[in-house]
Design a binder for this molecule. Structure first.
Ligand code: ZN
Length: 190
Protein backbone atom coordinates (compact mmCIF):
# COMPACT_ATOMS: atom_id res chain seq x y z
CA UNK A 1 0.00 0.00 0.00
CA UNK A 2 1.36 3.46 -0.78
CA UNK A 3 2.49 5.47 2.22
CA UNK A 4 0.04 8.08 3.46
CA UNK A 5 1.11 10.54 6.17
CA UNK A 6 -0.98 10.98 9.27
CA UNK A 7 -1.49 14.65 8.37
CA UNK A 8 -1.32 14.77 4.58
CA UNK A 9 0.33 17.98 3.38
CA UNK A 10 -1.62 20.53 1.36
CA UNK A 11 -0.38 21.91 -1.95
CA UNK A 12 -2.25 25.12 -2.58
CA UNK A 13 0.40 27.84 -2.40
CA UNK A 14 1.14 27.72 -6.13
CA UNK A 15 4.82 27.43 -5.25
CA UNK A 16 6.66 24.48 -3.67
CA UNK A 17 8.74 26.69 -1.37
CA UNK A 18 5.60 28.16 0.21
CA UNK A 19 4.02 24.70 0.19
CA UNK A 20 6.92 23.63 2.39
CA UNK A 21 6.13 26.40 4.90
CA UNK A 22 2.51 25.30 4.74
CA UNK A 23 3.39 21.83 6.00
CA UNK A 24 2.63 23.38 9.38
CA UNK A 25 -1.04 24.24 9.27
CA UNK A 26 -4.04 24.65 11.54
CA UNK A 27 -6.89 22.43 10.41
CA UNK A 28 -8.82 22.99 13.62
CA UNK A 29 -7.64 25.20 16.46
CA UNK A 30 -4.24 23.50 16.90
CA UNK A 31 -1.31 23.45 14.51
CA UNK A 32 -0.24 20.15 13.00
CA UNK A 33 2.94 19.27 11.17
CA UNK A 34 2.72 17.21 7.98
CA UNK A 35 6.42 16.39 8.38
CA UNK A 36 6.71 14.12 11.38
CA UNK A 37 8.94 11.38 10.05
CA UNK A 38 11.51 10.66 7.35
CA UNK A 39 8.75 8.93 5.37
CA UNK A 40 6.62 12.09 5.59
CA UNK A 41 9.48 14.12 4.12
CA UNK A 42 9.98 11.65 1.27
CA UNK A 43 6.24 11.70 0.63
CA UNK A 44 6.30 15.50 0.50
CA UNK A 45 9.31 15.57 -1.83
CA UNK A 46 7.55 13.13 -4.14
CA UNK A 47 4.34 15.19 -4.19
CA UNK A 48 6.31 18.38 -4.73
CA UNK A 49 8.14 16.83 -7.68
CA UNK A 50 11.51 17.00 -5.95
CA UNK A 51 12.05 13.37 -4.97
CA UNK A 52 15.67 12.16 -5.05
CA UNK A 53 16.53 9.54 -7.67
CA UNK A 54 17.96 7.43 -4.89
CA UNK A 55 17.77 7.86 -1.15
CA UNK A 56 20.93 7.24 0.82
CA UNK A 57 20.83 5.10 3.95
CA UNK A 58 20.42 7.65 6.72
CA UNK A 59 20.20 7.40 10.48
CA UNK A 60 16.55 7.30 11.49
CA UNK A 61 15.11 10.77 11.94
CA UNK A 62 17.97 12.54 10.14
CA UNK A 63 15.87 13.54 7.17
CA UNK A 64 12.96 14.94 9.13
CA UNK A 65 15.33 16.85 11.38
CA UNK A 66 17.12 18.39 8.40
CA UNK A 67 13.77 19.22 6.81
CA UNK A 68 12.58 21.02 9.95
CA UNK A 69 15.82 22.97 10.06
CA UNK A 70 15.64 23.95 6.40
CA UNK A 71 11.98 24.87 6.77
CA UNK A 72 12.63 27.22 9.67
CA UNK A 73 15.55 28.84 7.83
CA UNK A 74 13.34 29.39 4.78
CA UNK A 75 10.42 30.59 6.91
CA UNK A 76 12.56 33.25 8.58
CA UNK A 77 13.86 34.43 5.20
CA UNK A 78 10.43 34.58 3.57
CA UNK A 79 8.84 36.36 6.55
CA UNK A 80 11.66 38.87 6.85
CA UNK A 81 11.83 39.47 3.11
CA UNK A 82 8.07 40.07 3.11
CA UNK A 83 8.41 42.47 6.05
CA UNK A 84 11.29 44.31 4.38
CA UNK A 85 13.69 43.35 7.17
CA UNK A 86 17.39 42.55 6.91
CA UNK A 87 18.07 38.94 5.89
CA UNK A 88 20.56 36.57 7.42
CA UNK A 89 21.70 34.69 4.31
CA UNK A 90 24.37 32.68 6.12
CA UNK A 91 22.44 29.52 7.06
CA UNK A 92 20.87 28.99 3.63
CA UNK A 93 24.12 29.82 1.84
CA UNK A 94 25.92 27.22 3.95
CA UNK A 95 23.40 24.56 2.92
CA UNK A 96 23.74 25.60 -0.74
CA UNK A 97 27.52 25.49 -0.57
CA UNK A 98 27.50 21.97 0.88
CA UNK A 99 25.03 20.63 -1.68
CA UNK A 100 27.15 18.90 -4.26
CA UNK A 101 25.68 18.52 -7.73
CA UNK A 102 26.97 18.61 -11.27
CA UNK A 103 25.53 18.40 -14.78
CA UNK A 104 25.80 15.19 -16.77
CA UNK A 105 24.90 14.43 -20.37
CA UNK A 106 22.59 11.47 -20.86
CA UNK A 107 20.68 9.83 -23.71
CA UNK A 108 21.81 9.90 -27.34
CA UNK A 109 21.19 11.66 -30.62
CA UNK A 110 18.02 13.73 -30.65
CA UNK A 111 17.18 12.65 -27.11
CA UNK A 112 20.47 13.90 -25.70
CA UNK A 113 19.73 15.80 -22.52
CA UNK A 114 21.40 17.47 -19.60
CA UNK A 115 20.66 16.09 -16.16
CA UNK A 116 21.70 17.38 -12.78
CA UNK A 117 23.40 14.62 -10.87
CA UNK A 118 23.20 14.71 -7.10
CA UNK A 119 25.31 12.23 -5.24
CA UNK A 120 23.06 12.13 -2.19
CA UNK A 121 25.03 11.17 0.88
CA UNK A 122 23.51 13.21 3.67
CA UNK A 123 20.00 14.34 4.52
CA UNK A 124 20.95 17.84 3.36
CA UNK A 125 21.75 16.44 -0.11
CA UNK A 126 18.28 14.93 -0.36
CA UNK A 127 16.83 18.36 0.48
CA UNK A 128 19.22 20.32 -1.76
CA UNK A 129 16.64 20.86 -4.55
CA UNK A 130 14.35 22.48 -1.99
CA UNK A 131 17.14 24.72 -0.69
CA UNK A 132 17.98 25.75 -4.26
CA UNK A 133 14.34 26.41 -5.09
CA UNK A 134 14.08 28.57 -1.97
CA UNK A 135 17.16 30.59 -2.92
CA UNK A 136 15.81 31.11 -6.42
CA UNK A 137 12.41 32.07 -5.03
CA UNK A 138 13.87 34.63 -2.62
CA UNK A 139 15.96 36.17 -5.37
CA UNK A 140 13.36 36.29 -8.13
CA UNK A 141 9.82 36.14 -6.76
CA UNK A 142 7.62 39.23 -6.77
CA UNK A 143 7.07 39.60 -3.04
CA UNK A 144 4.03 41.82 -3.54
CA UNK A 145 2.39 38.58 -4.65
CA UNK A 146 3.79 36.48 -1.80
CA UNK A 147 1.12 36.82 0.84
CA UNK A 148 -0.28 35.12 3.90
CA UNK A 149 -3.91 34.02 3.75
CA UNK A 150 -6.23 36.68 5.15
CA UNK A 151 -8.21 34.07 7.04
CA UNK A 152 -8.48 34.65 10.77
CA UNK A 153 -5.93 32.43 12.53
CA UNK A 154 -4.79 30.94 9.20
CA UNK A 155 -1.02 30.69 8.83
CA UNK A 156 -0.80 29.55 5.21
CA UNK A 157 1.15 31.39 2.52
CA UNK A 158 0.53 31.57 -1.21
CA UNK A 159 2.04 33.02 -4.34
CA UNK A 160 -0.69 34.94 -6.09
CA UNK A 161 -0.36 33.99 -9.72
CA UNK A 162 -3.98 34.77 -10.56
CA UNK A 163 -4.48 37.17 -13.47
CA UNK A 164 -6.09 39.86 -11.34
CA UNK A 165 -3.64 39.39 -8.43
CA UNK A 166 -6.51 39.58 -6.01
CA UNK A 167 -6.13 36.24 -4.33
CA UNK A 168 -6.89 36.54 -0.62
CA UNK A 169 -7.32 33.01 0.65
CA UNK A 170 -5.36 29.82 0.97
CA UNK A 171 -8.45 28.17 -0.43
CA UNK A 172 -11.94 29.38 -1.33
CA UNK A 173 -13.40 26.22 0.22
CA UNK A 174 -11.85 26.86 3.61
CA UNK A 175 -10.95 30.45 4.49
CA UNK A 176 -12.80 32.07 1.58
CA UNK A 177 -15.99 30.31 2.54
CA UNK A 178 -15.57 31.00 6.23
CA UNK A 179 -15.21 34.68 5.41
CA UNK A 180 -18.33 34.63 3.23
CA UNK A 181 -20.35 33.03 6.02
CA UNK A 182 -19.11 35.58 8.55
CA UNK A 183 -19.81 38.51 6.23
CA UNK A 184 -23.32 37.14 5.70
CA UNK A 185 -23.94 36.87 9.43
CA UNK A 186 -22.63 40.41 9.87
CA UNK A 187 -25.14 41.67 7.31
CA UNK A 188 -27.95 39.76 9.05
CA UNK A 189 -27.10 41.45 12.32
CA UNK A 190 -26.95 44.93 10.77
ZN1 ZN B 1 -6.42 30.34 4.96
Amino acid sequence: MPYLPENPPVFLADHPVLDLLNTVFIPEATAVDALQSDADVLYWLEEAGMAPSQTPALPRGALVQAAHELRSIIRALVERRKAGKRLDLGPLNTILRNAASYPQLAGAGASLRLERHRPAQAAEDVLAPVAEAAAEFLATADFDLVRPCEGKDCILWFYDRTKSHRRRWCSMQVCGNRHKVEAFRERQRA
